[in-house]
Design a protein around this ligand. Sequence first.
Ligand code: HEM
Ligand code: HEM
Length: 135
Amino acid sequence: MDRFVRNFIIISIVYLGASSILGVCMLADPSLVYLKFVHSHLNLLGWVSMMIYGVGYHVLPRFSGRPLKYPRMGEAQFWTANIGLVGMLLFYALGVFNAVPAYKTLSIAFGALEVLSIGLFFYNMLATLLPKTTA
Ligand code: HEM
Ligand code: HEM
């Protein structure tokens, strides 16, 4: 198993733990529901997407009988996905408690990095899975 594949799977479980703790805190103190976006995206981009990236990088190339085309792009995607997610949610949360315009800008910028990471996964998977036409 590639190192970045293992890292995607480990970090996805860390996000599940963090988002579940936040979810219970939201149940205990309903004013924290302002952080629903943080909870839902820790789950959906952190737990669910990163688990899918990890399993997908490992399993989908094997299904197609071809190795992953760009392993170093997979490594880069690990970092962009995680830095993008943590930055987006951190500055969103800071902006909830203190509405500084710079926080909103930073949250958007890190969100754009997250979108870039999704693009890297998309490109690498298509380059790996789509067979080359020889004719
Ligand atoms: C111990 C585990 C969890 C707890 C205690 C928890 C708790 C909560 C709470 C309190 C809310 C806010 C509900 C409201 O708007 O009043 C919420 C929203 C949400 N949670 Fe969780 N949650 C947990 C796990 C998960 C998991 C595993 C996922 C996804 C894989 C998830 C996805 C969501 C989503 C998408 C929302 C937003 C739903 C909406 O906008 O109506 N949660 N959760
Ligand atoms: C870069 C990627 C993403 C960005 C920037 C983003 C951004 C947003 C924003 C701004 C909202 C509205 C939050 C609010 O009402 O205050 C939202 C809601 C939501 N998004 Fe995303 N999203 C992303 C990816 C995803 C993915 C991959 C999923 C599912 C797998 C997802 C599922 C949801 C759901 C269920 C809600 C409604 C629950 C909530 O209000 O938190 N999002 N998203």
